[in-house]
Design a binder for this molecule. Sequence first.
Ligand SMILES: [Zn+2]
Length: 73
Amino acid sequence: MPLYDFICDQCQQVFEVRATIQEKADGLEPECPVCHSKQVHQIISAGFMLRGGGNQTSAFSSCGPSLGSGCCG
Ligand SMILES: [Zn+2]
């Protein structure tokens, strides 16, 4: 069963949804596991990291504590 990555528009939480092709075709309406918002959208590509943003202080924690900009190189 494929996994789909979604990001919450409300709190920028990234989460995975497991669904069958059929469920996907029928239209997924996943909700954010954090704030339970349904204002989410799917992340299509694997390289979803936003680049070149000014004050992107969202929940990407792969580069350690957010000490401001530039920590991701
Ligand atoms: Zn959320």
